[in-house]
Design a protein around this ligand. Sequence first.
Ligand SMILES: Nc1nc2c(ncn2[C@@H]2O[C@H](COP(=O)(O)OP(=O)(O)OP(=O)(O)O)[C@@H](O)[C@H]2O)c(=O)[nH]1
Ligand SMILES: [Mg+2]
Length: 691
Amino acid sequence: MKEYGTEALRNLALVGHGDSGKTSLAEAILFSAKATNRLGKVDEGTSHLDFDEEEKKRRITIRTSLGFVEWKKCKINILDTPGYADFLGEVVAALHVTDAAVVLVDSQSGVEVGTERVWRFAKERSLPAFFCINKLDREHSNFTKAYDMIRERLAAGAVAVTLPLEEGEGFNGVIDVLRMRAFRYADNGSGNGTEEDIPAEHMDRAQAAREKLIEQVAETDDSLVEKYLEGGELTGEEISAALRTGVVKGSLQPVFAVASGANIGVDLFLDCVAESGPSPIDRGDVAGAEEGVSRKPLSSEPLSALAFKTISEAHMGDLTFLRVFSGELKSGSDVANPKKGRGERIGQLYFILGRERNETGSIPAGDFGAAVKLKETKTGHTLCESGGSFLLRDIAFPKPVIRTAVVAKNKGEEDKIGNGLSRLQEEDPTFQVVHDLEVHQTLLHGLGEMHLEIVRQRLKERFGVEVELVKPKIPYKETIRRTAQVQGKYKKQTGGRGQYGDVWLRLEPRGRGEGFEFASEVVGGVVPTKFIPAVEKGVVASLEDGVLAGCKVVDVKAVVYDGSYHAVDSSENAFKVAASMAFRKAFLEADPVLLEPIMEVKVTVPEEFLGDVMGDVSSRRGRILGTESEGPFQVVRALVPLAELYKYSTHLRSLTQGRGLYEREFSNYEEVPRDTAEKVIAEHQAAKEES
Ligand SMILES: Nc1nc2c(ncn2[C@@H]2O[C@H](COP(=O)(O)OP(=O)(O)OP(=O)(O)O)[C@@H](O)[C@H]2O)c(=O)[nH]1
Ligand SMILES: [Mg+2]
């Protein structure tokens, strides 16, 4: 391949609702530009981008794939992202490193939940964008309806650059409103349109769309507005230049009519990307993580590159996907990984197309590629010039919203499972493995049930270990509500030397979160000073396994204030035992209660679902803290017990037709209501008797 300067690069992330045709569009792009020698089909398992086994099986994209094509003197990089909400992390990472978003909209369904979601992320990053209204060859497609929805719900700057000729089953051509020409496509999927005059019966529509385009385009430039208002005709060049300005600024979003499955209208979209699309240079200086620090997006600058994705294939070693923001990344060079505070040696570098790797000596500023066998560098790390400390901004990965526990199917495989999980965690920052020492479970945190199910599958396929996903235990805690004082006496006389320990212990409740405290008020040496630490040890040991349900005891003060000893039989151990006897007795007399973790949740839903969501939160013992509006959405904040949130994100999706989002964070511990507590205690007793 020839070398492309930064100004000739175009970086596109294809985003949209699940199933809108992102991968099909990517395949059409690759095939049209002859980067592949056949039009890959998701349905037939022949996609070059959905090449992973799980993707083929499920016919969906699970992780972002890279591809690139040469088109009109440009190199266009494509990031084909997943549409399913469980893999939102992949989309966020792609939008972080791209220069433009291509939003796919299904012409039957119009703007959907997933469309809104990706648009919010693209907008937060002020990304230039294109819209492709797809599947126009489907029976009930409706270009105009989808177009209006885009303009009303997402982007007022959206403007049609192509229109469908006849929509629906016979769809085979589009009108290019810029050039006022029509293009017809053969049904072999080659993607080359044959130019012709706009048929007379479509002329009015085409004229109206052109008027609209010129009107919107003129707005990018005051002198054009003037010319336009005075009735002057804008030249083709003026229109193109102004369109480019609008795209780069983010005030205009060109809209295209396509059927990517049949490769119709895709070439015109690529023409526009090449002509008007932003190059990395148009995006301006590259902001560093530190305020006020930046670099120019040029190969002549010092290096900065972001590792935005890592995949490890069985027997192939890690492949790290990189976007070079400034400078040039050269194979065989030494660079720095400032987050790790270490150097990194760059070995072989590749340009990536699906699973294909094309070796390259270097990756210039603005371009994408991948490195193998990096020692220090993980997803989210910056690479910069050797000895440097420049850090790029972090990717704001979505936080996990769902958790599940794993248990090994076969005994003895725990280590292999742990190893596999930590490898998978390194690849995917939206997936976390937490060893909960309190409930003695390994927990997986992720973005949805399918996300974690795929982790389970990968463990099996790549690491050869099987696990079951089970409901996680809740880390309840135990505490007391009033003071109690009791005696603990341990006395044993068995032949030779006996055992003797005797303490009076007072347990007092403490405030929530204040923890445990121990004190001695013993006077006159009734319990010798040298045994006091043993008393404390006995109490502390008892805290681990609470009296009610075997949970950790918190927020109590234990005071030893009296006791007695035996000159010969008393020992540290005897006092330890006596103390724990006293503790258990006192605990039961001190009105013990269970505490449960309460989460602060933030649910974002369209207005029409607000009532249902609030009702549902209340039925989960939740307390609404308040609601506020955020654009077209309502945000509900509430405190909800963790025990009531199992599979909540799945439930929320079905409650809101997939349009609700939710985040959660630990808030505090609170008393468990009596009836719930009784159930928990009974379950604990039953489990204890069983084992
Ligand atoms: N009729 C028709 N079907 C299409 C078109 N584009 C895509 N499809 C079909 O729509 C389905 C989804 O296509 P994909 O390309 O996998 O969609 P996607 O957006 O990549 O899906 P995810 O990655 O899972 O979000 C497949 O069955 C495609 O064959 C089109 O232009 N016309
Ligand atoms: Mg896909």
